[in-house]
Design a protein around this ligand. Structure first.
Ligand SMILES: [Cu+2]
Length: 464
């Protein structure tokens, strides 16, 4: 086990609570954990192979593209990579698909050539391999997926979790859930091609998946304390989670722990984003509780949607009670506000061109891949005003750094946090403090993958 490293020069790590052995990445329904093939405690060395295979949805064998551990069979999600902050991550990646692909690590800060994006690194051709090697400087719940033909490759099943472990919540069961949704055709297979509706609003499937399982059941004691790391791995669905008569205590977001937790009954998750929540389960043995996702109002041109069941909690006998005063001893981290005095201002306007037969998207009137890169200087802090000129909200994502949301239409952001995906409501402006940290070509885009691929994606070129 390696020592905890400083996260960012702006941050002070504090409040390590709970025993180290409570940090088990329990995942139910299970995610397969990637085998660490290196005995050195400071190195996590895994083998991932992108290949074709099958998974089972509602009893039907369904073709997927997935990640396998070494030369094993692929799973959806792919193997969960678990590491400690400060570890060196080595991923030997093999492409056995008939298509080029990349492995993009969503969240952790890393060298540009390890970003797995088409402008930073290279496309891994069919039959080829690539070694992704970088130190894990940030603790948090991250994920990995292709960044090439992204919308279709993710939809086929190419995504997995990268967990860089954080302090435990004393007495809590810790679980990792990748949320997704797919549409299925008459034979029960995943529909890969987007519809016109998907292109306009982002793809939303009618089958909800939790760790690749359809509406799974999770057995809990009737007084369990639960800590869930949630990742929205869908192409275009805004999840809004609700557990009737329960409250989510949010202790972390994309970039790790918050300074102050907050409570919410309804947890809205944009595509690509992560939340770290604690829930105190209350009920009687024998009760079942449905975890639901509700429709989200995404603006004047919001897509139609209904509530869906994500999974069911089945309560058994009472276990040992949550520790008294658990809320007061949740892990936290001091986050200093990023100093934006003297920061350079940059405006980015998200736009859409609607025609009766098609839609396309852009940022500052230019579309990926035909736009010139935006330019920036390493070491600068900028304030980005991200303006959404479209009729639907957009999840704004950028690579290579964490940002601090400052305000929404002039109203101060309610929480001090580090994010890599920030929702920009239709017709609104969100200002972000953006530290420009590393040289290279960094992508920024809507994390509605259909919109990114139809043009709402650009490159920020950072030079010294
Ligand atoms: Cu990206």
């Amino acid at each position: 086990m390696t020592a905890r490293v400083t996260l960012v020069s702006l941050l002070v790590v504090s409040g390590c609570t709970g025993a180290e052995d409570a940090l088990r990445p329990v995942a139910e329904p299970p995610q397969v954990e990637a085998v660490d093939r290196n005995p050195d405690p400071g190195i996590v060395e895994v083998e991932l192979t992108a290949t074709v295979g099958t998974t089972t949805l509602d009893g039907v064998d369904v073709p997927i593209w997935g990640y396998a551990d070494g030369d094993g069979l692929p799973t959806m999600p792919g193997p969960m990579i678990v590491a400690e902050p400060g570890d060196l991550l080595v991923v030997h990646f093999y492409n056995q698909l008939e298509d080029g692909t990349t492995l993009h690590f969503h969240g952790p800060r890393l060298p540009n050539e390890m970003d797995g994006a088409p402008v930073g690194g290279a496309i891994v051709a069919p039959g080829e391999s690539f070694d992704y090697v970088f130190p894990l400087e940030d603790a948090g719940t991250f994920w990995y997926h292709p960044h090439w033909d992204t919308a279709r490759q993710l939809e086929r099943g190419l995504y997995g979790q990268l967990v860089v472990r954080e302090p435990a919540v004393a007495g809590a069961n810790e679980r990792f859930f990748l949320l997704d949704d797919v549409d299925r055709d008459d034979s029960g297979h995943i529909v890969v091609e987007a519809t016109e509706d998907d292109r306009r609003f982002g793809r939303r499937g009618d089958t909800m998946l939790v760790n690749g399982a359809v509406s799974p059941v999770l057995d809990l004691s009737s007084n369990a304390l639960e800590r869930w790391h949630l990742t929205n791995a869908s192409n275009g669905r805004y999840f809004a989670l609700r557990i009737p008569e329960h409250t989510f205590t949010v202790i972390g977001t994309d970039g790790g722990l918050l300074g102050e937790s907050y409570d919410t009954k309804r947890l809205v998750m944009t595509p690509g984003s992560r939340f770290d929540v604690v829930v105190s389960i209350t009920g009687a043995p024998g009760d079942t509780i449905d975890v639901m996702t509700e429709p989200v109002d995404r603006g004047p041109s919001s897509p139609n949607d209904v509530s869906h069941r994500l999974m069911t909690l089945r309560l058994g006998a009472a276990g040992s009670s949550p520790p008294d005063g658990w809320k007061g001893s949740l892990p936290r981290r001091q986050i200093a506000p990023i100093d934006v005095s003297g920061a350079k201002a940059r405006e980015l306007r998200l736009g859409a061109a609607e025609r009766p037969d098609a839609v396309s998207f852009y940022i500052n009137a230019e579309s990926w891949p035909f736009a010139e890169p935006e330019q920036g200087v390493v070491g600068d802090v900028e304030v980005w005003s991200v303006v959404n000129d479209t009729a639907t909200s957009e999840p704004f994502h950028l690579h290579g750094t964490f940002v601090q949301p400052l305000d929404l239409d002039g109203t101060a952001w309610p929480h001090l946090s580090l994010e890599d995906v920030v929702d920009i409501p239709s017709g609104s402006t969100v200002r972000l403090a953006v530290p420009l940290e590393r040289e290279g070509n960094w992508m920024f885009h809507s994390h509605i993958l259909e919109h990114a691929e139809l043009g709402m994606m650009r490159v920020l070129r950072l030079v010294r």
